[in-house]
Design a protein around this ligand. Structure first.
Ligand code: ASP
Length: 584
C-alpha cells in the first residue's frame, strides 16, 4: 500500500515492512491477531489491512511495554513503535511477506480493549456457523479471507470502470425510487408519505431508464447498480444485489459480444486466468440438447446424445413407444461407482423431476449389465455404447420421454453422477433463444428475457415460433449475465405486449412513458447486465455470493446484524396511512 500519512498512530503499514526497512523505527497500529509467550519474550502478530507483522517484546530492554503486552488479548487495538530487526535464523516465516523481520517494540499504547470475540478471528477455518458470522459481521470481515474477498470485489469494480471508461461509456445513475420494471420477480415497494395510497417500486433493474438514456443520445451507458427482487428462497440469491448494467446505441449482437468478451478477459486476468477469445457461442437449442440446461457446466463432460435413430425400429417397447408418441431417447455415459442403492436414488430423483423412469447400464465387454439388456439386441447395445463413446466399466443413463422432460432430467443427472468437483474455467455465450415460454397456468406467453427484447422471425406467425435477440453468458454452470438487442419501434413493442396478453390500455398505464419515448425517434439499441456479486464470487473461488458481499442477508432475507426487517413505529405507519396486519 502507499505509505500512510505519518501520525501519532502509525508511520507505516505493518504488512508492508521488509528487510530493506531493517534499522528503521516505524510506528504501526492495528489489532492483536495472536499472542505467544515464549521463554520470557512475548510475540504478537499485529494485523492491519495490509497484513501481519510480528512484534517482539523484551523484558530487559523495554520492561514497561513487555509488562503491558503480557496483558494484551486477541483483538485489542494497539499502536507500537520500535526498531525493525532481522528475525533470527530459523525463526523466518516464509508464509507471510513480513516473515523475515520483526518489530522489537520499545513503546506500546493500548487504544481500545476487546472482549473475547464469539469466534477466533485468526482461525480462518474455525467451526463457526454462518448465522454467528453474520450476526457479528464486523468481526467476520476482519478475517483474512474476507478481507481478500472484499478487496477482490473492489478490484473487479475498478477493472470494469477502467474498461468501460476506456471505451467512452458514461456512468450514469438511475432512480432507486421508481416504478415497477418487469424482470419476472416481485417488487419491493415503498409507500409514499406525500401521496398516501401510492407506492414506489425499488428497481428490479434499470432496464427502462437505460433504454431512455439511449433515446436521449448518450450512446454508451454503464452503471454498477443495486437492484432489488423479492423472490422466494432460492439457493444463493440476495434480495438486493449488484449488477453491472450496460447499454449501447446503433449496435447489433456482435458489438455486445465483442465488448463483453474483452471485459471478461480483463476480469479473469485479475485472478490470472487466461481465456481464449472470441468466446464460444452455442444456441439455446443446442445446449438444451447436449447438456439439458440453458446454463450448463460443460466442465462436467457427460454430454447428452440423442439415441432416437438407434432405437427407431427397436423391439424394446419402452423406447419405441416413447419415440412413436413424439418423445425422445437420450442418454450420456459416465464413469464412477453405481451400486444398487445409488442407482435407486438416481431413479427416484429422475422420477421426482417428472421422468417415467431411468434406464441404467454398465458396459461389460460388448454388451451391458442392465435390467433392459434382455430386451435389446447385442448390436443395439454396441451401437449405443459407441455413439456415447462408452467403454468397459462405464455407466450409461438413458431417459425415454417428452423432449423437455428428457432434457431436464438428464441435465439434472449430469452433476448428480459426478463424484469429483469440476476444475478449470468454462465461459461461453448462449444465443438464439425462443422469444417466449408458454405459461400453462395463465394460458399465455411469457417473455423469456423481458418484453423489451427484440423478436426475430416472422412476426405475423404464431408467437411460439418467434426467436429472441437475447443472449446469456454462462460461466462454470452459472448464468453470470444476460441481455438483448431491444425493440426500438412502438409497433413492434405493441406486438410483443399483445403476445404476452398486455392490452394496449394496460401497456399505456404501465409503460406509457416508454411507448411515448419510442415515438420520438429511438436508435437501434442493445445491452446486457451482469451479476457482479456472482462474478466476484467465482473469481474469489467462493461458492456463495454472501462471501463477497460485506453485509449480506440470510437466505430468508434477514440481516442478522441490524435485525432487519423489523417492525416500525406506530407513528411512522400512521404518517404513511398504513396499518400493520399480522399475516394469518
Ligand atoms: N435488464 C436485464 C436484467 O436485469 C438485463 C438486460 O436486458 O440488459 O436481467
Amino acid at each position: 500500500m502507499r505509505p500512510p500519512r505519518a501520525n501519532g498512530y502509525r508511520t507505516a503499514w505493518a504488512g508492508d515492512l521488509r528487510r530493506e526497512n531493517v534499522g528503521e523505527t516505524p510506528r504501526v497500529a492495528g489489532w492483536v491477531h495472536r499472542r505467544r509467550d515464549h521463554g520470557g519474550l512475548i510475540f504478537i502478530d499485529l494485523r492491519d489491512r495490509s497484513g501481519l507483522l510480528q512484534l517482539v517484546f523484551h523484558p530487559e530492554s523495554a520492561p514497561q511495554a513487555h509488562e503491558a503486552a503480557g496483558r494484551l488479548r486477541a483483538e485489542d487495538v494497539i499502536t507500537v513503535s520500535g526498531e525493525l530487526v532481522d528475525r533470527e535464523q530459523g525463526a523466518v516465516n516464509p508464509n507471510i511477506p513480513t516473515g523475515e523481520v520483526e518489530l522489537s517494540v520499545s513503546e506500546l499504547e493500548i487504544l481500545a480493549d476487546a472482549q473475547t470475540p464469539p469466534f477466533e478471528i485468526a482461525e480462518e477455518k474455525g467451526d463457526v456457523g454462518e448465522d454467528t458470522r453474520l450476526r457479528y459481521r464486523y468481526l467476520d470481515l476482519r478475517r483474512t479471507q474476507m478481507q481478500r474477498n472484499i478487496e477482490l470485489r473492489h478490484r473487479v469494480a475498478q477493472a470494469i470502470r477502467a474498461y468501460m471508461n476506456e471505451r467512452d461509456f458514461l456512468e450514469i445513475e438511475t432512480p432507486m425510487l421508481t416504478r415497477s420494471t418487469p424482470e419476472g420477480a416481485r417488487d419491493f415497494i415503498v409507500p409514499s408519505r406525500l401521496q398516501p395510497g401510492s407506492w414506489y417500486a425499488l428497481p428490479q433493474s434499470p432496464q427502462l431508464f437505460k433504454e431512455l438514456l439511449m433515446m436521449s443520445g448518450f450512446e454508451r451507458y454503464y452503471q454498477i447498480v443495486r437492484c432489488f427482487r423479492d423472490e422466494d428462497l432460492r439457493a444463493d440469491r440476495q434480495p438486493e444485489f449488484t449488477q453491472l448494467d450496460v447499454e449501447l446505441s446503433f449496435v447489433d449482437e456482435e458489438d455486445v459480444y465483442e465488448l463483453v468478451d474483452g471485459l471478461m478477459r480483463d476480469l479473469l486476468a485479475l485472478v490470472d486466468i487466461e481465456i481464449e477469445l472470441p468466446l464460444e457461442r452455442l444456441t439455446y437449442d443446442d445446449v438444451l440438447l447436449r447438456y439439458g440446461s440453458d446454463r450448463p457446466d460443460r466442465r462436467l463432460g457427460r454430454e447428452i446424445h440423442d439415441l432416437g435413430e438407434l432405437f427407431a425400429d427397436s423391439e424394446f417397447q419402452v423406447f419405441r413407444g416413447a419415440l412413436e408418441s413424439g418423445g425422445v431417447v437420450r442418454g450420456f455415459k459416465t464413469h464412477g461407482e453405481f451400486p444398487r442403492r445409488r442407482v435407486d436414488e438416481l431413479t427416484e430423483r429422475a422420477k421426482r423431476m417428472g421422468a417415467k423412469g431411468l434406464v441404467w447400464a454398465e458396459v461389460e465387454g460388448d454388451v451391458w449389465r442392465s435390467p433392459i439388456a434382455k430386451f435389446l439386441k447385442p448390436e443395439e447395445m454396441q451401437r449405443v455404447s459407441s455413439a456415447l463413446g462408452a467403454s468397459e466399466g462405464d455407466y450409461i443413463f438413458i431417459v425415454a420421454d417428452a423432449p423437455e422432460i428428457a432434457a431436464r432430467v438428464l441435465g439434472d443427472l449430469r452433476p448428480a453422477v459426478a463424484d469429483e468437483p469440476p476444475t478449470g474455467t468454462d465461459l461461453f455465450w448462449v444465443v438464439d433463444f425462443p422469444m417466449f415460454d408458454w405459461n400453462e397456468d395463465e394460458r399465455r406467453w411469457d417473455a423469456m428475457h423481458h418484453p423489451f427484447t427484440a423478436p426475430s422471425g416472422d412476426l405475423d406467425a404464431d408467437p411460439g415460433s418467434w426467436r429472441s435477440r437475447g443472449y446469456d453468458i454462462v460461466m462454470n454452470g452459472l448464468e453470470i449475465g444476460g441481455g438483448s438487442i431491444r425493440i426500438n419501434r412502438p409497433d413492434v413493442q405493441q406486438k410483443v405486449f399483445d403476445a404476452i396478453g398486455l392490452d394496449a390500455a394496460e401497456a399505456r398505464e404501465r409503460f406509457g412513458f416508454l411507448l411515448e419515448a419510442l415515438e420520438y425517434g429511438a436508435p437501434p439499441l442493445g445491452g446486457i447486465a451482469f451479476g457482479l456479486d456472482r462474478i466476484a464470487a467465482l473469481l474469489a473461488g467462493q461458492d456463495s455470493i454472501r462471501e463477497v458481499i460485506a453485509f449480506p442477508k440470510t437466505a430468508s432475507g434477514a440481516e442478522l446484524l441490524t435485525g432487519a426487517p423489523a417492525p416500525v413505529d406506530e407513528i411512522q405507519l400512521r404518517e404513511l396511512g398504513l396499518r400493520a396486519q399480522k399475516k394469518s
